[in-house]
Ligand binder design. Structure first.
Ligand SMILES: C[S@@+](CC[C@H](N)C(=O)[O-])C[C@H]1O[C@@H](n2cnc3c(N)ncnc32)[C@H](O)[C@@H]1O
Length: 178
């Protein structure tokens, strides 16, 4: 087993969690577009809102995942549901009205006071994800769009029972490397 992230700081969080749980997860600092693992090393690969929305070339990531998986190995990953892109992240009624095109691939960017880029998140439509996976040679085995849980009343960031009952927040893909 191995876990990785491009951010050293994020790996420090992982090590802190290891101390709390008593479970040690080996970590390595690495770029998802160039994994430091031999081909066919893993049965399963997972990414929860990981590198994929933040890289300019997600196809390179999918190809790398395919390379390090054994034949029959599975890749499960989650991303923000593409539909969210077209709606403002507002838990109230404003969050139910589309204010930009679902098809607009302009990345979301944040800059510091000197104009230097500090955060970039790319938008891909559902068809983009499906076609990127197809191009990588990974086969989609399933797609889950979790629904707002019954009785869950918490408001968190842009999410609320009002908005969560209307819009999907997450897309979870399961893929197989044959
Ligand atoms: C939204 S966070 C999710 C982190 C973690 N999966 C979680 O659920 O807490 C996205 C993570 O992707 C990492 N990341 C961004 N680009 C990356 C890349 N090219 N290779 C590896 N990790 C990357 C960031 O450093 C960040 O830790």
């Amino acid at each position: 087993m191995a876990a990785f992230d491009i951010s050293h700081r994020q790996l420090r969080h992982s090590q802190r969690i290891d101390l709390d749980t008593g479970v040690r997860v080996p970590v390595v600092q690495a770029d998802a577009e160039a994994l430091p693992f031999a081909g066919g090393s893993f049965d399963v690969a997972c990414s929860a809102y990981g590198a994929l929305p933040f890289v300019a070339d997600p196809l390179a990531v999918f190809r790398e995942v395919r390379r390090v998986l054994r034949p029959g190995g599975r890749f499960v990953f989650s991303v923000s549901h593409p539909v969210r892109w077209a709606f403002p992240d507002d838990p109230g009624p404003r969050g139910l009205t589309s204010d930009r095109s679902y098809f607009d691939r302009t990345p979301y960017e944040e800059r510091d006071e000197r104009g230097a880029l500090t955060y970039v998140e790319h938008h891909r439509t559902m068809a983009d994800w499906v076609n990127l996976l197809a191009a990588s040679g990974l086969t989609i085995a399933g797609l889950v769009e979790p629904e707002w849980p019954e009785g869950h009343e918490r408001v968190w960031g842009g999410w609320s029972p009002l908005r969560g009952r209307h819009l999907p927040g997450t897309a979870i893909f399961t893929c197989v490397s044959f």
